[in-house]
Design a protein around this ligand. Structure first.
Ligand code: ADP
Ligand code: MG
Length: 684
């Protein structure tokens, strides 16, 4: 139960004055549902205005605040001619306030002739005269409070003024909360208390306040992950010792790399313990995680238990199923595929098989852990592309059966070390830091988008050699419809040229259609797969050796790396063509250059962090792929290690979060909705 103390902060947005049906959508888009969300909706930046005594003091292009008196209303009769209000300052110099569109009536009322007004806006020059286009503020009263103005992230249907007012209202609902930060640290950092920090963070660039708020979030996350970890240690699991009889029958066309062997040994050691394993297998795309997973699953089966492999998408589940089945044919274990799509008799029979133990290994999407799915004895769950699953899903898994299953999470996302800590807490990590032998470097080139014709010609030559290719269309946030239209247009164009050798896959397709298309490509029936980023993870077609990525500058480094990892999987040389638009930002240019230069996923991840972290004056939240909303990448890098140590101390000293600081820490967990951590605390 959430502490009563927090009730006002979790009151719904509708309790704010002025929030009704029309704002529901724009607010929802920003994730603003409760009072706390508004309070934590921190400004991206601030506009600083200079208060001028008269116009001669101001510079062109400067954000100013000045008292002006309207002399004349002009124009505005038609939508074409702007409405102009000619004004004079205290010394008689003039400046026009300009309004385009249908704002004349409103401006007229705000700016009656002969009455002085405070105007905030950007001073511009137009011909010989000065003007301010669409002033940000017009007010009859004093000017204070507008000198520094917060600029908030907006969504369509909201204005700065509107949102700022709502945030202001929300801040009046703040209450004092007990301090959860260690007093020594507070003093050393010079951080204000929670409530003052939130208020201050909306007023100006207050680094201390912003850091404190970020720290809170990081601390909450570290604590919650540690609670999961601790509860996992206490949980009753089962010791699984394989005798090797099934693994001995595996007849692989290759030998395991040193890194693969080491990882299998580490996993084997964990499985033999009765405390449930919580291990992350981190390995770049193509490093061969699947076969490690298969070994782990076979150990579980040798020990008389069942294994499950969870994939993030249907396509991947299917592919894993095929791969495992192929590799494990000589072994003679019963492997089943189970997805949300299986209905009726098929579903019944799989459910039966899981319950009576006749299915040894099940591969599927999250359906395999849903309510109503019972296992005879689930010993190991492998989660592929772990970053797509939340901790909540991992917990759901822990509740399958009397004994908590061992858990192996796999990820190809080469997250930097600092972020590993944030994402996975104290999981044990096995790293596949060695690629299987014989891999060739992918020849990566950056081309201007205008060379489309050349690219198509290259495709033609490529197909003539019997090899296949991918064509990736970008997903631009917020406009799935437009993106899809672009992908479909491109598909049509390419299909015009190459006929039915082209298939299209995107997120809006029905699962059956998607599978059918993937199937045609994987079996070699189709030569070119045009896709949005749905092919990002896992797909394995070794004969596909050319990848074209359109508008490559729109992707992050990590994402480009993931995409490129789809090629370079076979013995043939692979190529990746990055098509870029005309105008590139400095960062985009650097990103593409890095892609050409290196194929080391960890290096790219570090650089990605650096490139995105740079220039983050205020700590703008661009950390889309971290579990944080408040903390920026820069803050994560600086403060996460501190938060992590503090969380550990708190756990060790006040194990179970007792005492006043422990109580305060519970409040913190609820505030950041890491309350699954608290629930574990009580359960254990
Ligand atoms: P990941 O899931 O880590 O991206 P996969 O498990 O899909 O990588 O493996 C990529 C490819 O490498 C597969 O075709 C797989 O059969 C092959 N492979 C895996 N391990 C080895 C190895 N030790 N030697 C040669 N090829 C390997
Ligand atoms: Mg994989």
């Amino acid at each position: 139960m959430r502490p009563d103390l927090l009730t006002p902060l979790f009151a719904s947005a509708e309790s704010l004055k002025g929030v009704g049906a029309t704002l529901a959508r724009p607010l929802e888009k920003l994730g603003l549902r409760r009072i706390r969300d508004f309070a934590y909706h921190l400004p991206d930046r601030f506009v600083h205005r200079r208060q001028l005594a008269d116009l001669t003091e101001g510079g062109v292009g400067e954000q100013v605040l000045i008292q002006l008196t309207p002399l004349e209303h002009r124009g505005g009769g038609s939508p074409r001619t702007p409405f102009r209000v000619l004004c004079e300052d205290a010394k008689g110099s003039t400046c026009a306030l300009v309004y385009f569109g249908r704002n004349a009536g409103w401006a007229k009322k705000q700016l009656p002739l002969g009455e002085a007004r405070w105007i905030a806006g950007r001073l511009d020059q137009f011909g010989q005269s000065l003007q301010i286009v669409h002033p940000d503020h017009v007010s009859a009263e004093g000017a204070l409070g507008q000198v520094v103005e917060p600029i908030y992230p907006l969504s369509e249907g909201l204005t700065q003024g509107r949102l700022g007012a709502l945030v202001g209202q929300a801040l009046t609902h703040l209450v004092d909360l007990p301090e959860w930060i260690e007093p020594g640290l507070m003093a050393k950092m010079g951080w204000p208390d929670w409530r003052s920090s939130l208020t201050a963070a909306h007023k100006d660039e207050n680094k201390l306040a912003r850091d404190r708020l970020a720290y809170d979030e990081l601390l909450a996350n570290s604590l919650a992950l540690m609670l999961v970890r601790a509860s996992n240690r206490r949980a009753a699991g089962q010791s699984l010792r394989g005798d090797g009889r099934l693994r001995a029958k595996l007849n692989l066309p290759f030998a395991l790399t040193g890194a693969q062997q080491r990882s299998v040994r580490e996993i084997e050691g964990d499985l033999a313990q009765s405390a449930p394993m919580l291990r992350l297998l981190q390995g770049d795309v193509g490093s061969g995680k699947t076969v490690v997973a298969l070994n782990a699953l076979l150990i579980a089966v040798e020990a008389g238990a069942q294994g499950a492999l969870l994939a993030p998408t249907e396509i991947l589940a299917r592919q894993h199923f095929e791969t495992l089945r192929r590799m494990a044919t000589p072994v003679g274990v019963n492997i089943a595929l189970f997805t949300g799509r299986d209905k009726g008799k098929v579903r019944e029979s799989i459910l039966m098989g899981l319950m009576d133990g006749s299915i040894d290994i099940v591969v599927g999407t999250h359906a395999i852990f849903q309510d109503g799915v019972q296992y005879k004895n689930l010993g190991l769950a492998v989660i592929d592309e772990q970053h797509r699953f939340g901790v909540g899903q991992r917990l759901m898994l822990a509740q399958k059966g009397k004994r908590t299953p061992h858990c192996l999470a796999m990820t190809a996302t080469p997250i930097p070390r600092t972020l590993t800590l944030a994402q996975y807490g104290e999981m044990d990590v096995s790293r596949l830091d060695e690629l299987p032998p014989g891999r060739q470097a992918i020849d990566t080139r950056v081309l201007a988008a205008e060379r489309f014709g050349d690219v198509v010609a290259a495709l033609e030559r490529h197909f003539a050699t019997g090899q296949q290719a991918y064509w990736v269309c970008p997903m631009v946030r917020d406009s799935e419809v437009v993106d899809l239209a672009a992908a479909e247009t491109r598909f049509a164009e390419l299909a015009d040229r190459f006929g039915d050798a082209v298939v299209l896959v995107h997120g809006q397709l029905k699962p059956e259609e998607k599978d059918a298309a993937m199937e045609r490509f994987a079996s070699g029936g189709a030569k070119l797969l045009v896709a949005t980023t749905v092919i990002e993870v896992g797909v394995d077609v070794p004969n596909a050796t050319l990848m074209v990525i359109e508008q490559a500058e729109r992707f992050g480094l990590a994402q480009l790396h993931q995409l490129r990892g789809r090629v370079g999987r076979g013995s043939e040389k692979s190529t990746c063509l990055l098509l870029r638009g005309e105008t590139l930002s400095e960062v985009a240019r650097e990103r593409l250059a890095l892609m050409r230069e290196t194929q080391d996923g960890f290096r790219l991840a570090e650089e990605d962090l650096r490139l995105r972290g740079g220039g983050e004056l205020l700590g703008t939240r661009q950390s889309g792929d971290t579990p944080f909303r408040v903390a920026s990448l820069d803050q994560i890098t600086r403060l996460l290690p501190v938060a992590h140590d503090d969380a550990r101390l708190l756990m060790e000293r006040d194990g179970g979060l007792v005492g006043p600081r422990g109580e305060a820490a519970r409040v913190l967990l609820y505030l950041f909705e890491r309350d699954w951590g608290v629930q574990l605390l009580r359960g254990g």
